[in-house]
Design a protein around this ligand. Structure first.
Ligand code: SF4
Length: 64
């Protein structure tokens, strides 16, 4: 199954994550205003929008 993985080291962790607003499933969470986002896998459908949207490449689709 394909899954989305977040590479926190690619995220500068200094801003509100704009990808939260483009996820159609509400599956992206940011626990504090400047932390790297996390994925709620109970909601994520692996649509890949976050992978295309994040300018830092912090969202990756893992094929498996
Ligand atoms: S793959 Fe789609 S549903 Fe999953 S976190 Fe990214 S935008 Fe949201």
């Amino acid at each position: 199954m394909n899954a989305i993985r977040i590479e926190a080291s690619r995220c500068p962790q200094n801003h509100f994550c704009p990808v939260i607003n483009i996820c159609p499933s509400g599956a992206i969470i940011q626990k504090s205003p400047f932390s790297a986002p996390e994925i709620d896998y109970s909601k994520c459908t692996s649509c890949g929008k976050c992978v295309r949207y994040c300018g830092f490449g912090a969202f990756n689709k893992v094929i498996g």
